[in-house]
Design a binder for this molecule. Sequence first.
Ligand SMILES: Cc1ncc(COP(=O)(O)O)c(C=O)c1O
Length: 454
Amino acid sequence: MDAPLYNALCALRGQKGLRMHMPGHKGKGTAAEFAAAAGLDYTEIGPTGNLYTGEGPIAAAEALAARDWGAAQAFFLTGGSTQGVLAGLSLCAGPGSRILLDRNAHRAFYSAMALLDLTPVYLDRPTAEQVSAALSKYETIQAVCITSPTYYGVIADVEEIAAVCRAHGARLLVDEAHGAHFPFVGRGSCAAARGASVSVSSAHKTLPVLGSTALLFTDGSFSPAAVREKTALFGTSSPSYLLMASIDWARAYLTEGAGGAAYRTVAAEAARLRAQINKRGVFHALCETDGLSLDPTRLTVDTGRGGLSGHQAGERLEQEYNIWPEMTDRDRVVCILTCADTAEELERLGAAFAALEQFADAAPFPPCPPPPPPQVRRSIREAVFAPRRMLSLAEAAGCISASSIAPYPPGVSVVAPGEEITREIVEYLAVVGYDVSAPVPVLDETGFVGKETL
Ligand SMILES: Cc1ncc(COP(=O)(O)O)c(C=O)c1O
């Protein structure tokens, strides 16, 4: 397969050179389970190239990634989409500026806003209309951030939103953490090929790669050196070759090997599972006939509709069926299906959901939308770096949060750093299953030396 980095590392391992460089395992001295992987775990020496200068087989592998995801440029990340969000925001938004942010954003955006001292204006839904109205109102905003697809697999209209951003002279950054597989299941190129300036995909969430791997794509409007400078700013100076080679191998497997066909088969299986669940009518699997554009492989099952909470359904799946979902919330169970799942495994998943229906004899849960974002009392940066103390969430009503309060996953902030925790929010979090006895950091007002309230 044409996988330049993976092949270069395999060739180097075959030469059996004396490795007088890190990593300290020298390709051998480790637990048997890691030994094969350690053989490919190199560092920056001539034949392996360099991530941050864009040389050698890494650059060749990134060029193939750009081709296969349809972007002008692709950059490997070994710190997940979190690193990509930090780098992407620092490319798109000047420090201290205001950005337009989907409130559905992952907590990585809050880390980026704290570090770059950004102030968010929130969108409750990432639609072209909302983006257009907000950009008309806040004319100085130059960066818009949306999440597509969401954890539940819901896809936004990236092209339309990108057109609105262009018309207002703003850059669009798309958190496509859950959509790395889209080109391989007929869902088109990455968002940076569809109008966004930058998009970020967690390879490790949906591709057959090692954990922590991700890709940052651009539309070519930044110099590669500028992008590498920013990815280096938020990444280790010793990026793992094993991780980078696993992205390279998986891309080749999906385009030239059996991976693409396997992925399309799984997408068809997912459609069959959804149809079976919906035909029985006890639970509901999110599907396109709900009027949503959806990831064809994401299985999001609303068990709350049958009176069984997503958390209870998830616990039963784990304890009684040895099936481990990606996420549960009050209403839903989310399963990530990929090319690595076999037909038998998906059959087993479908049978388990069918069996769970025996516990679903209660009335559907009433809708429980999150309360509106609370009052902003401090900037995100001030709140994150201010003196703090710990209180249980139940005791924290009236305090200012020093961090994101975000049930994880999906990691979407109900309270952002610097926002006031209200009783209404504590009650909401209790209802959705958040442990309100858990400690949360709040501002220690006695030690606060920053600006007064915003
Ligand atoms: C929507 C979204 N964005 C970003 C991230 C961060 O990704 P990573 O874990 O690859 O750093 C996540 C992680 O769950 C996510 O769900």
